[in-house]
Design a protein around this ligand. Structure first.
Ligand code: SF4
Ligand code: SF4
Length: 380
């Protein structure tokens, strides 16, 4: 298992984590099997968004003796009034549910996630009431280590990042969602079926959100990596052919600031399947074919697919492009952390010999040689 830092929290997460949504309403024995299989694979981050007492109790019990090995995301405002998943901004209700999750997980949650901030109304419900202050209070008390939030809307999510409050964002990331214009609500498309009619290439607003996170040192954990399975399905894929799980995982992990993809494995077998990511090699992870199969109005923008590799000069072209894109957000004030990431690469843009091999392989028309020169200038 590989591990990545979560923003500037000092914590490191396994690049594959567990989302426990599908363990709701399952017998305890199965929950325990999946949790144990996850721990055996080296998974150290889990998202417990489920509000139900039984599901939370099962997970808490299955983690007995291992709680300290796991980074937990617990959601503030996730409730199940009327026995259905719901969102609440009513503080007494919010507190009751969060105190419950604290009780079940040893009195401490690593990331207190402000739940489901998708719309202006959600934003007001969090920042114009006592909700955000409650999250800050939890952190001050030491009940949560850090504050995070979850969202599916790139515009609203950027507003939340700009407040400076969160250290972590949980966001829905997959190639299909990233190709939708920002005003298209991804969950509506999940219900209605994903179609490529609206795709215009990886959307700049979403791409900029991930760069903003990296610039502000806010980590990202990923949900909906497979678009509820639709991207893997022959019948439901919006691309010319279904993607594979390693391709979807790699796409998400290639976005700036992403620490971990949280997969909703229902069985130990599904967990083992997810680990195929490590066996397939670069070719098996290459997601460029799916992106090439649909309309792309943003040719010239790097999608970090690495299809242009290998570079004879040994440059990790996608990584240089990624740090360059982040630096371009504010070229006069490139964050030190981004400079450090860049300088940690074995070869920077200055190593480019101008052989042109990459540009002939790039399906997205990226001016790689210009980028290498610009990166060398900016980070030099
Ligand atoms: S042009 Fe530069 S970056 Fe591209 S393959 Fe050649 S040396 Fe590598
Ligand atoms: S330059 Fe082209 S091929 Fe290389 S990572 Fe970027 S988009 Fe992919």
């Amino acid at each position: 298992m590989q591990y990545r830092p979560i923003g500037n929290t000092g914590l490191s997460a396994s690049i594959i984590g567990l989302g426990v949504e599908h363990l709701d309403n399952k017998p305890y024995e199965l929950v325990e099997e999946v949790i144990c299989a996850s721990l055996e694979q080296g998974i150290n981050i889990m998202d417990v968004f489920v509000p139900g007492d039984t599901a939370r109790s099962h997970i808490g019990k299955a983690l007995t003796g291992n709680r300290e090995k796991v980074i937990l995301q617990g959601h503030i405002g996730s409730v199940d009034l009327n026995r259905q998943y719901d969102i609440s901004r009513d503080l007494p209700t919010v507190k009751r549910y969060f105190e419950d999750i604290l009780r079940l997980f040893g009195g401490y949650i690593d990331f207190g996630m402000m739940f489901f901030i998708d719309s202006d109304k959600d934003y007001s419900g969090v920042f114009d009431t006592g909700f955000a202050q409650y999250a800050e209070h939890l952190k001050k008390q030491g009940d949560v280590g850090h504050i995070g939030f979850s969202s599916h809307n790139p515009v609203t999510a950027a507003r939340v990042i700009e407040t400076g409050l969160p250290d972590l964002m949980m966001f829905s990331i997959n190639p299909a969602f990233d190709m939708l214009p920002p005003d298209e609500y991804v969950l509506k498309h999940m219900e209605n079926g994903l179609s490529s009619d609206l795709f215009r290439g990886v959307d700049p607003v979403r791409a900029e959100l991930y760069r903003l996170c990296q610039q502000r040192q806010v980590g990202i954990t990923v949900m909906k990596t497979f678009g509820a399975g639709k991207l893997l399905s022959e019948d439901h894929t919006p691309f010319a052919a279904p993607m594979t799980a390693p391709q979807c995982i790699h796409y998400a992990l290639s976005r700036p600031a992403v620490s971990s993809v949280l997969l909703g494995c229902k069985t130990p077998g599904e967990m083992a399947d997810a680990m195929r990511y490590y066996d397939v090699g670069d070719e098996g992870r290459d997601y460029s074919a799916a992106l090439c199969s649909v309309r792309n109005d943003f040719r010239g923008s790097c999608v970090y697919c690495s299809h242009c590799q290998p570079c004879p000069a040994g440059i990790d072209i996608a990584a240089v492009n990624k740090y360059l894109d982040i630096a371009r957000l504010d070229a006069d004030r490139v964050p030190q952390a981004v400079r450090l990431h860049y300088s940690g690469l074995s070869h920077g843009g200055d190593a480019c010999t101008g052989c042109g091999h990459c540009e002939s392989r790039c399906p997205f028309g990226v001016a790689v040689m210009d980028n290498m020169a610009e990166a060398s200038r900016l980070f030099g």
